[in-house]
Design a protein around this ligand. Sequence first.
Ligand SMILES: [Zn+2]
Ligand SMILES: [Zn+2]
Length: 354
Amino acid sequence: MKSYQLVAANAPLELVETETPEPQGTEVLVRVTACGVCHSDLHFWHGFYDLGDGTKMTLEDRNIALPFTMGHEPVGEVVAYGPDVETDVKIGETRLVFPWTGCGDCARCDEGNEQDCADVAPLGVRRPGGYADHIIVPHPRYLVDIEGVDPHYACTLACAGVTAFSALKKAKALAADDKLVIIGAGGVGLTGVGIATEYIANEKIVVDLDEEKLAAAREAGADHTINPKREDASARVAELTVAGAGAVVDFVGSTETVTFGMEVLRRGGSYILVGLYGGRIDIPTLALPTRDIALRGSYVGNLGEMHELMALVKAGKVDPIPVASRPMSQVTETLKDLEEGRIVGRMVVVPDGV
Ligand SMILES: [Zn+2]
Ligand SMILES: [Zn+2]
């Protein structure tokens, strides 16, 4: 099989040919037909996460060894099963691969929150991912039915989609008069706007620094858009709300966005931090009790949410983000374009010969 592997930080991904693996035990072999390129892969590519104040969390800190195959939004055709697989999924079916796989054998995995497993080992993060023409999936339960959904768009649901959905679900407890602020209209943020359009009845205010992304957000159903480069964003939120936003979902997660988002939250509101941009925040501890606000993170989503989201998509209740495709040989170029903010919506990469 061919895979595009990360061999050194910042180096172009390298085409590596290896023996196509045989699925063991409960594993399933999937022939990848497309894989979405996610912004979070940039952290891998550069070799670290920014913890703010000049501190970094490296791949070594996360026990991730190179070379490594990234790609956590794969769609493909089921080609072979391990000897212990019991499933209704037939060979030849095209499925979305849910990548957020845990150990499968602990309390968190049992309750269906594999993303919170102490030994979480996602595909494309800790197990070989989808920038390859084949991928081993640990168990058939991760094969998600996408019947009737465009497979390239389906890719985006494995990370951008389920991440946005899980965060919006946490923000959903809004009062009737509340407004929801969404920060960031990149791949995940824009996906969030598209999901929120029907899923959350309250008015949506989208904040981003890029006019093109804001236009895409309006297209996807944003009621109001704010560009902090052009106006005082806090004043504008104050103008649009009674006493601040009922919830803020932050798909960026920088020092600036969190500071802004906490500021525009109403008393009793919730702040949901999703983006991995990195940085530090300095907030008075008193702010949480005295303003009765909640500050929480949201990491990807669980398999139940994946199915819930897929049902919404199949029912036509999600406005799809724009998706384009390129040959997988251009994956490094795609990472660069993503970094430079040159991609609106999502780019998927397609293995040679597909
Ligand atoms: Zn991702
Ligand atoms: Zn587990």
